[in-house]
Design a protein. Structure first.
Ligand SMILES: *Cc1c(COP(=O)(O)O)cnc(C)c1O
Length: 380
């Protein structure tokens, strides 16, 4: 199957067209071996692998498919989204200046301002929804990376990927995008000029709340990418073969899941934007969202399955809604086929800045009417 001939949804469904050359099986086998034999001349057989802390045959299908879906040059899978994201920063040097938004995945922010700062990274917070502010904060030659997340967790803020890529490149910096919420179904940051795309594959890529994994895809197999590969092999944030196999299986249904999740989220956002108990519905698919125009320009086919609702009455009211839902599950994480609701401020560390009246909703693939009815009774 020549990938150029097919649409991304087709490539995903076929898992990049793998057929087992030995048995004709249409799904890949699981290869648990940690090591690989050498021939009597001490050469690796078939130029094969050396040791499973560097990579594993079960990564091949995931990485090849993701590279196709993102339109990149190469991909790497990691043991978690955090392992993937932190590798990007570990491939930088002490003293490098990096720009991050005020709101992004809180565990990564904690790591950057804790370990990253101790390790010598100069981390600066700039409102990345305002490209002019980013341009003013860039230090040519010193700023090595702009990190953005769009739509962002949990306020759904939208950053202009194309504008930020241009600004970054003019100053000799790279742009990395955490595209976990957008998924390759709705967004291809590399085509807009970004240098790296990261996913918490724990979320939509796997989609079944049963694997922790992360991915990176690069636009060019350049020196930074070579360092990233080294980081994975040396630090050892490698995915187990079974998890990689589950991930490639999950990715085959990515498009049907995400299309349904986004439709459900759009309907829920529209229904509750004007509900008497709701202060604000945060969803980039709503024309009232401050990032709607940019989201409409850089996303296609929908705006993702994530939304946040801010309720009147502060934390007690928000927690009361979470208490009363019967179908939505009270749990952290997102991107699975089942809908989850989370009072984010209870989960993040104090001072995270997340409003305490905010409920983050990860919309699943259930019937939209059932999801709406459950929220209505919980808000009523
Ligand atoms: C979950 C998440 C991460 C971290 O990924 P893990 O797989 O949990 O390590 C990073 N970014 C975003 C946007 C996430 O939702």
């Amino acid at each position: 199957m020549k990938s150029a001939d097919f649409q991304p949804a087709t490539l995903a469904a076929h898992g990049c067209g793998h057929t087992d050359p030995v048995h004709g099986a249409i799904v890949p086998p699981i290869q648990p071996s940690t090591t690989y034999e050498r021939d009597p001349d001490y050469q690796l057989i078939n130029q094969a692998r050396l040791y499973s802390r560097a990579d594993n045959p079960n990564y091949d299908a995931c990485e090849a498919l993701l590279t196709e879906l993102e339109g990149g040059a190469a991909s790497l899978v990691f043991s978690s989204g955090m392992a993937a994201a932190t590798a990007v920063f570990q491939a930088l040097a002490s003293g490098d200046h990096v720009i991050v938004p005020p709101v992004f995945y809180w565990a990564l922010r904690n790591w950057l301002f804790g370990f990253g700062a101790r390790w010598g990274l100069k981390v600066e917070t700039v409102d990345t929804t305002q490209p002019a502010l980013v341009a003013a904060a860039l230090k040519p030659g010193v700023t090595k990376l702009i990190w953005i997340e769009t739509p962002a967790n949990p306020n759904l803020a939208v950053a202009d990927i194309a504008a930020l890529a241009e600004i970054a490149h003019a100053a000799g910096a790279r742009l990395a995008v955490d595209s976990t919420f957008a998924t390759p179904v709705h967004s291809q940051p590399l085509a807009l000029g970004a240098d790296l795309v990261m996913h918490s594959a724990t979320k939509y890529l796997n989609g079944h709340s049963d694997v922790v994994a992360g991915t990176l895809t690069t636009r060019a197999a350049d020196d930074h990418w070579q360092r990233l590969k080294l980081v994975r092999g040396q630090v050892g944030g490698v995915l187990g073969p079974f998890e990689a196999w589950l991930l490639q299986r999950g990715m085959r249904t990515l498009f049907v899941r995400v299309e349904r999740q986004s439709r459900n989220a759009q309907r829920i956002a529209e229904r509750f934007a004007s509900h008497v108990a709701i202060r604000a519905a945060l969803y980039p698919g709503l024309p009232s969202h401050p990032g709607h125009a940019i989201a409409a320009k850089q996303m296609r086919g929908g705006f993702g399955g994530m939304l946040s609702l801010r309720v009147h009455g502060g934390a007690p009211a928000a927690l009361n809604v979470a208490r009363k839902v019967q179908l939505w599950k009270r749990a952290t994480s997102l991107g699975g086929v089942e809908s989850l609701i989370e009072h984010r401020a209870s989960v993040e560390s104090p001072g995270s800045g997340t409003p305490d009246d905010l409920l983050r909703l990860s919309t699943g693939i259930e019937d939209a009417g059932d999801l709406i009815a459950d929220l209505e009774q919980a808000l009523g």
